[in-house]
Design a protein around this ligand. Structure first.
Ligand code: ZN
Length: 236
């Protein structure tokens, strides 16, 4: 840790290896935080995400990056953790099957514990309510409720040293997120968004997440650095 790092406020930043959390990390750094990044080996079917998370954290100047083994895949219930559930290729009405039960609550809880130990009072999460309106734990009301819980549930909070949970992407479209990240110099080629990537992170070009991401680059007018297994998604 450099002298410069010691003078900065600390933040814990959840980093998944995807585009949104990379942008969130870049925003936290731009705001002057010394960033302590946290990733979870939670039983996701696609381990390449964890390698991406490491590369993203390094490339965006994380002070420390921890990958925590916390298996929530054993409970099933999501196409992201249970290989017996087919990955959807068409959008279904309601909350998508890619929803992972209580994932953001679980991840933020671990982030909160680490933040308290680090004396970091800021936690960043790349939740976004615009493109993922189906996920209950990506809504502003959830973020506000978790912040309230953080201040009730911790020694620091009770003693008046309050936590802030930041979700800087919450109201942005995918294109706005990409423009923001582009301006902050992110190499999105390091990130993996696909729900069904190849062994080196090649995107399928067909899943919901691939389509949202490709549409975002298109709408943002930014060249898409994604490596596709066959071809990029096609648009009408
Ligand atoms: Zn995909």
């Amino acid at each position: 840790m450099s002298v410069h790092d010691k003078n900065r406020k600390k933040a814990v930043v959840l980093v998944s290896g995807g585009l949104d959390s990379a942008t969130t990390l870049a925003i936290a750094r731009e705001q002057g935080f010394a960033c302590y990044c946290l990733s979870f080996d939670y039983g996701q079917r696609h381990r390449i995400e964890l390698e991406s998370a490491q590369l993203v954290a390094e490339s965006l100047g994380a002070v420390q990056h921890e990958t925590v083994a916390l298996d929530i895949g054993w409970m099933g219930g999501s196409a992201l953790t249970d290989s017996s559930i087919a990955m959807p290729e068409v959008e279904e009405p309601g909350i998508p099957i890619t929803y992972v039960p209580a994932r953001n609550t679980i991840f933020l809880s671990v982030a909160l514990g680490w933040a308290e130990v680090l004396t970091a009072r800021d936690i960043f999460i790349g939740a976004n309510a615009v493109d993922y309106s189906g996920y209950p734990d990506c809504r502003p009301a959830f973020i506000e409720a978790f912040q309230q819980l953080a201040n009730l549930a911790t020694k620091a909070g009770v003693e008046g040293d309050r936590f802030t949970v930041h979700a800087p992407l919450i109201d942005l479209t995918k294109a706005e997120i990409i423009r923001r990240g582009e301006a902050l110099g992110i190499n999105y080629g390091l990130t993996v968004s696909c729900y069904n990537p190849g062994p080196r992170g090649e995107a399928c070009g067909r899943c919901d997440s691939c389509r949202l991401r490709a549409q975002g680059f298109r709408d943002a007018g930014v060249a898409d650095p994604t490596k596709y297994r066959e071809k990029p998604p096609e648009f009408d």
